[in-house]
Design a binder for this molecule. Structure first.
Ligand code: SAM
Length: 296
């Protein structure tokens, strides 16, 4: 298990969110990147890690001390990847993260440990996803993990399609099933046009309302739209991912992240590599980590 070591010298810009679900998510993605580095280390691949919603480096999950973001954790993996790219839309978060990475680099160099090449950008996450796709496409030998950890519905479907089309990215994606989707799916089905447009861009499928509402008879025998259950929302999102990733390369359930007894997010996993040997191994590792997190 990953040890949290706090660095008190850095001016930390902590972000308040999460709770234990945040730590579960961080452990899964970090451990997956560790697995990835180990699995690919003796092969002739140039490996990378992309974090399109990387945050400030520090997460205040409600405990007394700030925890470290996934970006900082993966930089210290035993079998490091060749290249790390972190991005956030907030310049303040990016600066806080840059300071934390620099501090980590200095501490490690004092111990004669090299820290891999790290690039930090400030742009929309969808632009960072395009950068990741361009990076793996530049050379046939490139492979990478990409982590998409937004608060809401910021990831466009076109970005997920671009990831799937690379054939070389493994993606962990946080889907705001309870946080945003369930709230915006009004019970009466009366959704403002701007929200409908957002759902269209997010799901990449105008058929979302048919899957997320069912006709239900009211007191007058008329049919009113009724919002489906959380399980059905989750199933729909996984089904959408299955339409663009290779068959068998999407985790069948993902991991439901719960806060104060309410489902907040679904952590989904997919592998864009169409080779069965590659995606079977990736799915096996993802499944192991998800199953571990579900244990009581
Ligand atoms: C949940 S936090 C990320 C936490 C981080 N992955 C970690 O391990 O602690 C989401 C981040 O997304 C950033 N963000 C929000 N909208 C964005 C956008 N459109 N593009 C890129 N980053 C965005 C926020 O500034 C915030 O830092």
């Amino acid at each position: 298990m990953y040890q949290v070591e706090l660095v008190e010298t850095v001016a930390k810009r902590t972000q308040r969110y999460g709770g234990s679900a945040t730590e579960i998510k961080a452990e899964i993605v970090t451990d997956y990147v560790v697995f990835y580095g180990r699995a690919l280390k003796n092969q002739n691949f140039e490996t990378g890690y992309f974090d399109a919603f990387a945050g400030s480096g520090w997460t205040d999950t409600g405990s007394l001390e700030a925890g470290r973001s996934v970006a900082l954790r993966v930089l210290e993996a035993h079998d490091p990847l060749a290249y790390y790219a972190f991005n956030d839309i907030s310049a303040q978060n990016a600066e806080s993260l840059r300071e934390a990475v620099e501090d980590l680099r200095q501490r490690r160099s004092q111990q004669n440990i090299a820290t891999p090449v790290t690039r930090i950008t400030i742009q929309d996450g969808n632009a960072a996803i395009r950068d990741a796709c361009a990076w793996v496409r530049e050379s046939y030998s490139r492979r990478a993990v990409i982590f998409l950890d937004p608060f809401g519905m910021q990831v466009d479907w076109a970005s997920m399609e671009a990831i799937a089309q690379t054939g070389r990215l493994d993606v962990w994606l946080l889907i705001p099933t309870g946080q945003a989707i369930n709230r915006m799916l009004r019970r009466d089905g009366n959704i403002p046009p701007s929200w409908r447009a957002r759902f269209d861009t997010f799901f990449g499928d105008p058929g979302w309302s048919d899957r997320l509402y069912t006709p239900s008879p009211n007191l007058f025998g008329e049919l009113d739209p009724e919002r489906v259950a959380m399980e059905d929302i989750e199933r729909y999102v996984i089904d959408r991912l299955k339409t663009i990733f290779p068959p068998g390369a999407v985790h069948s359930t993902g991991l439901r992240l719960i806060r104060q007894s309410h489902p907040q997010f679904l952590l989904a996993f997919a592998c864009a590599n169409p080779r069965p040997a590659a995606y079977s191994l990736a799915l096996k590792a993802a499944d192991h980590l998800i199953e571990r997190a579900q244990r009581p």
